[in-house]
Design a protein around this ligand. Structure first.
Ligand SMILES: Cc1cc2nc3c(=O)[nH]c(=O)nc-3n(C[C@H](O)[C@H](O)[C@H](O)COP(=O)(O)OP(=O)(O)OC[C@H]3O[C@@H](n4cnc5c(N)ncnc54)[C@H](O)[C@@H]3O)c2cc1C
Length: 383
């Protein structure tokens, strides 16, 4: 949108577009909810075999080592064909964290299966009594010789019931003050004895997340990432990646395409007042793209994002919700239907889509918490 492709980028765009058109199954295009693993993982593995599953990872770890512009080309082209949302915990969260903080043994064991799509990861941060106030988490890991013994519960674990491994925060020093100083970052095999997982259904009707219970689960000491009681620093580095990843403009671009297709199908596009709102929405999506590109560039240059990730999280998630409000307008009388509305861009499930994006201002830290961070760290307001 801001950038004219160089001849090499234009050739790459053509290659990506042609390949996606030929290979992305029609049943996976324009899906509102994330498809279950049996449908989604074959597609993940196809992208992996093509070498395109991790554009942002360095080549030495199996990524594409793509330039910023190549990453943008991928994002735009995936949005163009309505590609489904991939599981992010491995590719966007624990992968980059292990590249930065992991031991050589941890990298060798865990990175290749993420790239190949052989192992699915879950994030074990939130607990029933610890969401926004994450530092009050109560899951304990007690060091006993060469292993930790883990007890407690996690909740809202995305794909917890489909996952093989979890990166989890656990309290390793209950007496430490401040509380953040007693937390460690562990890699936990979810197939271990003592792990119990129960799926939770969302208002959008998908089994997107789960509760995970630990009953004296043995975790080898070498599964500690970073130093003992230094998990908070790693947890926050990961949240920066998460806030950036959840604001990926791919979802806003897909939403914009859906609105246009739906408005043409319903006839609402003929209304000049609607077209004004559509123009405003397009400008906001362009602004998100600019913000995201800037953030990716800072990340690629190893410059920490800091509170920038909170600004982009608020803008990206609230924009996604306002786009879905516009989708309802675009659908006109079809909006109230529970069944997907067929359009040239695939079937659009307007009401599910509206419900689905409610979560965007909650996960990765709610909008209120992001505003608190900006108030404290950018504006220096009193607490
Ligand atoms: C779809 C989805 C997927 C998720 N996936 C995962 C996952 O994979 N792994 C994981 O660990 N967690 C996950 N989460 C959990 C998510 O991180 C938490 O829901 C989030 O951090 C909020 O915590 P909470 O739900 O406990 O709400 P609470 O912390 O109880 O907050 C309730 C309300 O109070 C507000 N509030 C709380 N404290 C303050 C304050 N100090 N100032 C102003 N307002 C405040 C909040 O903004 C919110 O509106 C997921 C959540 C969703 C919705």
């Amino acid at each position: 949108m801001f950038h004219h492709d160089s001849p090499e980028e234009a050739a790459f765009r053509t290659e990506v577009r042609t390949w996606l058109e030929a290979n992305l199954p029609a049943t996976l295009r324009g899906r509102t909810n994330r498809p279950p693993p049996a449908e989604l993982m074959p597609w993940y593995r196809m992208l992996s075999r093509k070498g395109w599953i991790a554009p942002h990872w360095p080549k030495e770890h199996g990524g594409m080592g793509a330039s910023l512009n190549e990453q943008i080309v991928m994002t735009e082209e995936l949005a163009r064909v309505g590609a489904p949302q991939l599981p992010a915990q491995g590719l966007n969260h624990i992968g980059p964290i292990l590249i930065e903080f992991g031991t050589e043994a941890q990298k060798a064991k865990h990175l290749p299966p993420i790239i190949a799509g052989d192992v699915i990861w879950a994030q074990g941060y939130s607990e029933p009594g610890a969401g926004s106030d994450l530092a009050s988490l109560a899951t304990r890991a007690t060091l006993d010789g060469d292993r930790f013994v883990v007890g407690g519960q996690k909740i809202w674990t995305t794909w917890g019931h489909h996952s093989d491994w979890m990166f989890a925060l656990a309290r390793t020093d209950p007496q430490a003050q401040p509380r953040q100083a007693g937390i460690s970052f562990l890699l936990l095999d979810l197939h271990s004895p003592g792990v119990r997982v129960r799926p939770i259904r969302t208002i959008a009707g998908d089994d997107e997340f789960a509760e995970v219970f630990f009953d004296d689960v043995a975790v080898p000491a070498q599964n500690l990432v970073g130093k003992l009681n230094d998990g908070w620093r790693i947890a926050n580095a990961l949240l920066g990646h998460e806030r950036l990843g959840t604001s990926n403009p791919q979802f806003a671009l897909i939403a914009l395409e859906r609105i246009k297709t739906m408005a043409r199908a319903s006839g609402v596009m003929a209304d000049p007042a609607f077209r004004d709102r559509l123009a405003a929405a397009s400008i906001n999506v362009t602004a998100l793209l600019a913000l995201f590109n800037h953030a990716v560039e800072l990340t690629n240059r190893q410059r920490g994002l800091g509170p920038d990730s909170s600004i982009i999280k608020i803008f990206g998630s609230e924009l996604l919700q306002s786009l879905n409000d516009l989708l309802i307008e675009a659908a006109g009388s079809e909006a109230s239907m529970e069944n997907p509305v067929p359009t040239a861009f695939g079937a659009v499930d307007v009401s599910t889509s509206f419900l689905q994006v409610r979560r965007a201002t909650i996960y990765g830290g709610s909008s209120e918490i992001q505003r608190n961070i900006i108030a404290r760290r950018v504006l220096n307001l009193p607490q």
